[in-house]
Ligand binder design. Structure first.
Ligand SMILES: [Zn+2]
Length: 139
């Protein structure tokens, strides 16, 4: 078996999974949008209830963000499936590997590049938390 390509059957399988996942996420997004509209309409005077409500809205926004991001990832994966780039790491262009694609069908990087990218984000976040005034100092 050529390790750089996916056979038609496996592609079909992953494509089916991606479509199902996309449908599920879009349904969840619609439900979240409906919920937040309902929450906005409920005008509350009690401060405690209002605070709890604000927290819930915040959680919903976070969830909404994450879902929107996932939808974009899946759309991207479906696009790559149709143009033949699917399964190749966007950083080093090697084949990501079938076990990884089965576990993470919208993976855009191989395991190594992904952990490198995550370490980079962590370092940047950490550096920012250490130097809250770095922007001022640089000026
Ligand atoms: Zn890579």
């Amino acid at each position: 078996m050529n390790s750089r390509t996916l056979d038609r059957r496996i592609k079909g399988e992953l494509e089916g999974f991606l479509h199902a996942e996309l449908a599920r996420l879009e349904m969840s997004l619609r439900a979240l949008a409906r919920e937040s509209r309902t929450a906005e309409k409920t005008a509350l005077t009690d401060v405690n209830v209002h605070a709890a409500d604000a927290l819930e809205t915040e959680l919903q926004v976070t969830l909404l963000d994450r879902r929107t991001q996932q939808v974009a990832q899946i759309r991207g994966a479906l696009e790559r499936l149709s143009n033949g780039d699917y399964g190749l790491c966007q950083d080093c262009e090697t084949f990501v590997g079938l076990p990884r694609l089965r576990a993470l069908p919208f993976a855009q990087r191989c395991r190594e590049c992904q952990s490198r990218a995550e370490r980079r984000v962590q370092r940047e976040t950490f550096a920012r938390s250490l130097e809250p005034h770095s922007e001022l100092e640089a000026a």
